[in-house]
Ligand binder design. Structure first.
Ligand SMILES: [Zn+2]
Ligand SMILES: [Zn+2]
Length: 293
């Protein structure tokens, strides 16, 4: 079985091109999964543009993709109008979010292409765009089991897990898990103590082969940014270790963090995992990085 994961956008909040972000990348959220030939895409940040270009270069069958949106903040949808395959009548896009109303996601994608914001109308896209059904939070798509989990974020966001053939991938971005900790006050006073992550989240990510998780802030930054919807990298590490995750990619890098700042965050996160005696591998998600599960 083939289970490939590729990062097309790893930055949070706003695209951050430039010399200082060259290694980890400046494009916003977008991760490609290719599971036995089935194309799945997590979020449509600016990284989606380059994925689209790659897909159009490939000869063969028309593009068919299943696109899962964590939520509708701009850094997760802004690549969609620049996704070249969406302009081809041969393309089929299944778009998913967790909502009571299946039309909601199309309305949101449509909204960012209204004429005040963008020159091309959503209705002029050639592709067949179909709202997928995740109203009950789970789905089985071409043999891949997809589950969702509601996260703590302004306006809500969802994590998704993808499982097939004994492999498990979890995408969990824009999640202020620190606000849900059972020992929150204590962990703020003494950042070294292990953070008690809610059981429901640990269960959702348990034994993942790869967890991609929002770890935007350092412990020092977090008190000024509490309530903004993002996690401390060290909290993600504690969750990954407690849930026996094999590999944990720190994701949604802060636009203010240069490559060297991200390096230092990752070094500290790795030390924290090692200090717990854990076998969990921790690394920083990098644009262009490909992993085989
Ligand atoms: Zn975001
Ligand atoms: Zn957000």
């Amino acid at each position: 079985m083939d289970f490939l994961v590729r990062f097309w956008g790893t930055r949070g909040s706003i695209p951050t091109p430039g010399h200082a972000t060259k290694r980890f990348g400046g494009n916003t959220s977008c991760v490609e999964l290719l599971i036995d030939g089935v194309l799945m895409i997590c979020d449509g940040g600016s990284g989606l543009r380059e994925l689209g270009l790659r897909l159009t270069e490939q000869k063969g069958a028309p593009v068919e993709a299943h696109m899962f949106f964590s939520h509708m903040h701009w850094d997760h949808i802004q690549g969609f109008p620049f996704f070249v395959p969406a302009y081809s009548e041969k393309t089929r896009l299944h778009v998913y979010e967790v909502a009571k109303d299946r039309q909601h996601i199309k309305d949101m994608l449509h909204g960012q292409m209204s004429s005040d914001y963008f020159p091309v109308r959503f209705s002029d896209l050639g592709a067949q765009i179909l709202s997928g059904n995740l109203t009950h939070g789970t789905a089985c798509i071409d043999g891949v089991t997809v589950k969702s989990f509601e996260q703590h974020h302004p306006g809500r966001s969802y994590a998704y897990s993808f499982e097939k053939g004994g492999k498990k991938f979890v995408y969990a971005t824009d999640n202020e898990i620190d606000l849900t900790l059972q020992n929150r006050e204590a962990s703020l006073l003494d950042p070294a103590i292990p953070r008690q992550v809610p059981d429901a989240f640990l269960e959702f990510i348990s034994n993942a082969d790869l967890l991609v998780a929002d770890g935007q802030y350092t412990d020092e930054e977090y008190p000024q940014k509490s309530g903004w919807g993002h996690a401390r990298a060290n909290t993600v590490v504690d969750a990954a270790v407690a849930a026996n995750v094999k590999q944990c990619a720190i994701y949604h890098h802060d636009p203010m963090h240069s490559d060297s700042v991200v390096d230092s965050i990752i070094t500290r996160a790795q030390k924290r995992a090692n200090a717990r005696g854990s076998s969990t591998t921790v690394f920083g998600a990098r644009e262009g990085m490909t992993l085989k599960l």
